[in-house]
Design a binder for this molecule. Structure first.
Ligand code: ACO
Length: 326
């Protein structure tokens, strides 16, 4: 049987770091409020000349180097973003041009903070159906460009960055157990469009012809996030036929330390198994899961053979989870 195996991972963060104290100089907020409510201590913010595509290209190159694969070995690029360089063409095509791997398919996926889960699941399906053999799956964002910097309820929560993985179709022996051997074991995606007004951008090409700003009712989003994530994680674990205790690591979307801890507690997962980067990166939307994964892989926590649960929830609402054996 064919499985989609993670061969490598890479990350890119703009060098400019903005601390909570720096934000408190401009907004009516404080380091204590931000740390206590969110766990965020700092975020990286893109500077002049840095865009979603430049970050995505850097992360993609790092993932290729980590996998030991040349760009000409890539035959699919799926890039998750809600902050593309332009309305069109897809930012994925800019990555493809920079890497020089035309004419492979390259397209963007818009599922906001769940975008990387949607992109990974789409690439997995394309590998399984034989449409590609080796994919770059990228989450890249510059949310700083759609924030209302006068609005303290949202401006303190987000950062910029990109993360990428190389996903390769590999033959796994047919007698390999359903939860043994490397690769994506199972994924589950959801959306519920009825909550549009809780988290959205108030602009766009077909409505205002402006880019717009992020608007959010944080408390309601929080409530939905914990419920939806606990449910999809329970479902995906049951679908794969594993026990919660078998999971080595959870790589969650990094929105808020309280959502991470609340979800882990609901599932009975010890907090030390949850990879946390929200303190350093803040919420980087579609980039947060691959950034956290790349960090935990680079520092040696996530190792070959580990069972890793990825999860995310974001605007739409969209949410999902994937269970992967390294
Ligand atoms: N600094 C100081 N005070 C603030 C700030 C700030 N930056 N922002 C809001 N406040 C004030 C509010 O005005 C309010 O004041 P009031 O009581 O006088 O009206 C008070 O703090 C409490 O506000 P709440 O919104 O109720 O605070 P809450 O504890 O819910 O925390 C937060 C807000 C951090 C946004 C939280 O609701 C949250 O994290 N929600 C999840 C949202 C999220 O992560 N979205 C990302 C995209 S979706 C996802 O990734 C899952």
């Amino acid at each position: 049987m064919i499985r989609s195996v993670i061969r490598g991972a890479g990350a890119a963060l703009p060098p400019r770091v903005v601390t909570n104290e720096e934000l408190a100089d401009r907004l009516e907020t404080s380091n204590d409020w931000i740390v206590e409510r969110t766990g965020i201590r700092q975020r990286h913010i893109a500077g002049e000349g840095e865009t979603t595509s430049t970050l995505a290209i850097e992360a993609a190159r790092a993932a290729l180097a980590d996998a030991g694969i040349d760009a000409d070995g890539i035959d699919l690029i799926v890039l998750a973003t809600a902050t593309p360089d332009n309305t069109f063409p897809a930012t994925a095509t800019k990555v493809q041009a920079a890497l020089g791997c035309a004419p492979c398919p390259a397209f963007d996926i818009a599922a906001v903070c769940s975008g990387f889960l949607y992109a990974m699941s789409t690439a997995d399906a394309m590998l399984a159906s034989g449409q590609a053999k080796c994919a770059l799956v990228i989450g890249a964002e510059t949310f700083s460009r759609i924030l209302d910097w006068e609005d303290r309820t949202t401006a303190v929560l987000f950062g910029d960055g990109a993360g990428a993985i190389v996903l390769e179709a590999q033959e796994v022996a047919d007698d390999t157990g359903p939860t043994q051997g490397p690769g994506i074991l199972t994924s589950q995606l959801h959306a519920d469009g009825s909550h549009h007004d809780l988290l959205y951008v108030d602009g766009g090409p077909s409505t205002t012809q402006t880019v717009g700003h992020l608007r959010m009712k944080g408390r309601e989003v929080f409530r939905h996030a914990v419920v939806n994530l606990a449910q999809v994680l329970t479902d995906v674990v049951a679908k794969a036929g594993v026990e919660i205790g078998e999971i080595d690591w959870v790589v969650p979307h990094q929105a808020n330390i309280r959502i991470l801890e609340g979800t882990a507690k609901k599932l009975g997962l010890p907090p030390e198994k949850v990879i946390v980067t929200v303190d350093r990166h803040a919420n980087t939307s579609a980039a947060s899961v691959p950034l956290a994964f790349a960090a935990a892989r680079a520092d040696g926590r996530i190792k070959p053979g580990d069972l890793v649960l990825f999860e995310a929830m974001g605007g739409g609402f969209t949410w999902g989870a994937s269970l992967v054996r390294m």
